[in-house]
Design a protein around this ligand. Structure first.
Ligand SMILES: [Zn+2]
Ligand SMILES: [Zn+2]
Length: 200
């Protein structure tokens, strides 16, 4: 099992989001009974945000973007679903953090930070506040922090290998399903969008 220090090393800093992802990962591995995962099964994570938390998920659970067993759904929610391929049985984990009480001074300094104040006093206060929140997340009992429900949902398909095509404008290759058509030419998305902007 990975320690939080290892996750910090991977991510580059300690923060509340990373702590959340760490707690979610540990809970998921426990709930999914990973010792019993067989060779023809695979763990898949569906994440509903692209925050710091996802770095912890990747390192601790081994579900990564490149392997195709980390699926990003851009919902902006602190919700994580873990499934076993091929059956699709798993858990959905949502998070509700009750942040530690904020003092008047902390509130004031946060406001100044929001207005772009980067004085030493303000930066230090923000840093302390984040450290406090991280500690709360790491130390909260699982029941207070996470809502875990069993689910069975269809597993998104495994990453497929597509044929590649050259773009008719820049000449670079792209996967076939990403191709667009612009003025009768098959083009990549960046060229397609650049062109549309110019036309406007
Ligand atoms: Zn972070
Ligand atoms: Zn192109």
């Amino acid at each position: 099992m990975k320690r939080f220090e290892e996750v910090i090393r991977f991510h580059g800093h300690s923060c509340p989001g990373l702590a959340l992802g760490y707690r979610v990962s540990l809970a998921a591995l426990k709930a999914m009974d990973m010792e019993k995962i067989s060779e023809d099964e695979e763990l898949v994570a569906i994440v509903e945000n692209d925050s710091c938390a996802v770095d912890a998920i990747q390192l601790v659970t081994g579900c990564t973007f490149g392997k195709g067993n980390l699926i990003f759904r851009d919902y902006g929610k602190q919700v994580y679903t873990f499934l076993k391929r091929p059956l699709g049985n798993g858990v959905r984990i949502s998070i509700d953090v009750i942040p530690p009480e904020e003092t008047k001074r902390e509130k004031e300094l946060w406001k100044r930070y929001g207005r772009g104040d980067r004085s030493e006093e303000v930066v230090q206060a923000v840093h302390d506040r984040k450290a406090k929140k991280t500690k709360v997340i790491l130390e909260s009992p699982e029941k207070a922090l996470l809502k875990i429900t069993k689910v069975k949902v269809p597993v998104p398909q495994e990453a497929r290998i597509y044929q590649s095509l050259p773009c008719g404008m820049c000449g670079e290759k792209m996967a076939e399903p990403k191709a667009r058509v612009r003025d009768g030419k098959i083009v990549c998305i960046p060229c397609f969008e650049t062109e549309s902007e110019r036309v406007k």
